[in-house]
Ligand binder design. Structure first.
Ligand SMILES: Nc1ncnc2c1ncn2[C@@H]1O[C@H](COP(=O)(O)OP(=O)(O)O)[C@@H](O)[C@H]1O
Ligand SMILES: [Mg+2]
Length: 312
């Protein structure tokens, strides 16, 4: 059995049966997050077969793997930008003695071990409790920076983003905020969390998970590279390092346009177009130069003799 499985499931069940415990960090529709030994554990009870009409356990597990993949991309640091989400360290499926209703299969739990954001609260709670600080330019700019970076990494929006952020034109994200750090204008006062409902219409993460079996192995530029592959029929046209920013993307578009124009030109270049004529004339002149007729030499005596001998 995986480390702490029994203990974590026990803690999870304590919360759900009784009142909230001091290790309870929060919950959503399908998961509960708890604090244990300095880490945040997000615990999903996996549905038993037939328990939910439109959700099989395999589908639910795949969805959670996609969530881990997106958060992995978000939690990497690059030369240009720090991480935008808490790091995930481990993920595994656990069970104890509990059984599903069919009494044959074990009840399982998907556990995600991640970095604990100490003294961070949900952004909507922050907006309610401290509206003045929430409306502060420093905070709003910080969250906008995170969202811009999220978009640069090609992580789509989530369908259950914070309503208070949406009102500020920051749609499709959930966030955790540390009020003291906002007050002290600290760079790490806010992080994006919960990639459980990413609107991945191009199935980017599904495809990445075919290539990388472990979602923690997905590289920071994984979604960007795959998106490029989908957009370009000819993979040879994709630059090796891919676009780092909008400017590079635009440059690539211009390069491609130029290539297309020159290809079309060379195809449609008729002899009546100025450019075409010049090149054709130049080529002809060169050829005629090379073939300038040489003076006809009179055959020498020897040659004449040879010829006559061969003729014989
Ligand atoms: N890394 C973390 N550190 C501290 N608290 C967290 C962390 N991740 C989640 N939480 C708490 O748990 C709550 C629910 O987490 P979330 O990922 O949004 O779950 P769900 O997908 O079920 O909505 C958050 O609002 C937050 O209060
Ligand atoms: Mg949530």
């Amino acid at each position: 059995m995986k480390k702490y499985c029994k203990k974590l499931i026990e803690m999870y069940n304590e919360i759900n049966k009784l009142n909230k415990k001091d290790y309870y960090l929060g919950n959503g529709k399908f998961s509960t997050t708890i604090l244990y030994k300095g880490y945040a554990y997000k615990i999903y009870p996996i549905v038993c077969e037939g328990e939910e009409i439109n959700l099989s356990s395999a589908k639910q597990i795949n969805d959670i793997r996609e969530e881990i993949g997106w958060q992995t991309v978000a939690s990497k640091t690059s030369k240009e930008f720090k991480k935008i989400s808490p790091t995930i360290y481990k993920h595994y499926i656990c069970s104890d003695n509990e059984k599903c209703k069919d009494s044959r299969h074990a009840k399982t739990y998907y556990i995600i071990k991640m970095e604990y954001l100490k003294d961070y609260i949900d952004v909507d709670k922050f907006a309610m409790e401290n509206n003045e600080l929430f409306n502060n330019d420093f905070f709003l700019n910080k969250i906008k920076e995170l969202v811009e970076e999220k978009n640069r990494r090609n992580i789509p929006n989530v369908s259950d983003g914070s309503p208070n952020l949406r009102d500020k034109n920051v749609a499709g994200v959930q966030a955790l905020v540390n009020i003291e750090k906002v007050r002290n204008k600290k760079d790490d006062c806010v992080y994006l969390i919960d990639f459980g409902n990413v609107m991945d219409y191009d199935n980017i993460m599904k495809k990445l998970l075919i290539e990388h079996e472990d979602p923690l192995k997905i590289p920071i530029d994984g979604p960007n590279k795959l998106k490029l592959l989908i957009e370009h029929e000819d993979p040879l046209e994709i630059p090796i390092d891919g676009p780092k920013n909008e400017l590079k993307l635009r440059e690539r578009e211009i390069r491609q346009d130029r290539r297309t124009i020159s290809r079309l030109r060379s195809r449609s270049r008729s002899r009546t177009t100025g450019d075409g004529i010049k090149k054709i004339k130049r080529r002809r002149r060169r050829r005629t130069k090379r073939r300038r007729p040489t003076k006809k030499r009179r055959p020498t005596k020897k040659r004449r003799a040879g010829k006559s001998s061969r003729a014989r």
